[in-house]
Design a protein around this ligand. Sequence first.
Ligand code: NDP
Ligand code: MG
Length: 387
Amino acid sequence: MLGATGSIGLSTLDVIARHPERYAVFALTAFSRVAELAGLCLRHRPAFAVVADAAAAALLQAQLADAGLATRVLVGEAGLAEVAAHPEVDAVMAAIVGAAGLTPTLAAVEAGKKVLLANKEALVMSGALFMQAVRRSGAQLLPIDSEHNAIFQCLPVDYSRGLGAVGVRRILLTASGGPFRETPLAQLDAVTPEQACAHPNWSMGRKISVDSASMMNKGLELIEACWLFDAPPSRVEVVVHPQSVIHSLVDYIDGSVLAQLGNPDMRTPIAHALAWPERIDSGVAPLDLFAIARLDFQAPDEQRFPCLRLARLAAEQGGTAPAMLNAANEVAVQAFLERRIRFPEIARIIDHVLSAEAVLPVEQLACVFEADRRARVRAEHWLNRRA
Ligand code: NDP
Ligand code: MG
């Protein structure tokens, strides 16, 4: 469990705890929330735990030893990669947020694990190389992102033959529109991180919550869908659906449109991917269609949500463009959460970075990390100039 202390991590542990006969936790990782990680270790008794630095590791190791646990504590990126690729591991939940998840997630892919992918940023950054590594190692990649999990459920098992070959016309990616779907445009300048993180339907980590408010989350998901399902960006359409009950749809050439529905609770896609191709109880309440009563759909408004347009552009450009988009967004979201910039400036920073930096082909992973680094420098420069 990479990112055990996060929103996806905790939902995954909730599902796993319902099925002790099926699952045992081998390793739990965290970054800053070490006390929370200690609590999770006491409950789930993993063989390994991973934290960010040696001081936190020493503290945690002592605490776990006092409690009589033999859990070994490892440190940093090397520790994350070690547990992700460990021979005793069958499945890896990749739930670290942001670019920090790329190296450990790739370690799991290269070791041929069953990889449950929540960390969309890893795939957005390194798309082609990531998918090549999946094919080379024989890893089984299962999407946790609710939209992609829904699409996976609506596609035939042999979809890797090509979407055209299996009769798919379009993928319809649903989006709630976030907390600012109807906020007057003039008021977006004044919205706070608290308002941005108060998502109407989903409870999530702060970074993805801000991404949902700007709809960059849907932009990243568009790129994610292109890689997962080998689709050109033109085949992926975004549909605003405020109730978040339909998690996405697949439109076939015969006019059939298949959708996956459910309550907005990440334990459903997590349980689906964990048990696939079987089904297990996730703890999610049955869908009450009478209580929902209606489902609404709208076209996305790119004036309100410029991040969506920027992400589509990066998807079309390919090469290092998605990695730069992601890096500029990570810097901008952090600056917004720290109240250094206003909400609409998130898109302005990303636009600036993408227009200032040349898009290069990606031949190896080093190109991705270099593009990520350059985009961060460029975004920081924008922030400093603004200050
Ligand atoms: P959270 O912020 O809640 O959790 C992030 C996890 O990653 C925490 O365990 C955190 O540790 C760890 N982490 C953060 N930074 C680092 C780092 N530099 N190195 C190692 N570990 C780190 O995020 P979410 O659970 O919301 O999201 C996780 C991923 O899943 C994201 O990529 C997100 O886009 C994706 N996702 C999330 C959904 C959701 O409903 N939450 C839905 C669909 C996708 P610590 O707690 O110690 O800081
Ligand atoms: Mg999603």
